[in-house]
Design a protein. Sequence first.
Length: 122
Amino acid sequence: MRTKIDRGESPGPFSPVIRDGEMVYVAGQGGLVDGAVVQGGITAETAQALANIEKLLTTIGAGVDDLVAVTCYLVDIREWDQMNVEWTKFFVGRAVPTRTAIGVAGLPRGMRVEMTATAIKR
């Protein structure tokens, strides 16, 4: 059975998170608060994107430890090391999912990073 969360703060015509049985899919999340990009560059945006993923997971009955894969889209792949600093802080004491980082030409709203996530909630 598929469960979805209302569009809410989603910047587009899509569900920010869907659960289909044990599978949970989180649409691209960036460093946004109330529709605006947080200040502080890639580190602040990474921390906020991860917090947004965590918030969406909890709304559907899952959590960070249920994550199995995250894909990160970076406007400047040279910021990969800075993203890793925040990533490492976020996952201290938690199960770390697989991850792919991809350099892209641009992201909505001037974001530096966007992340999609897949989780399994048993």
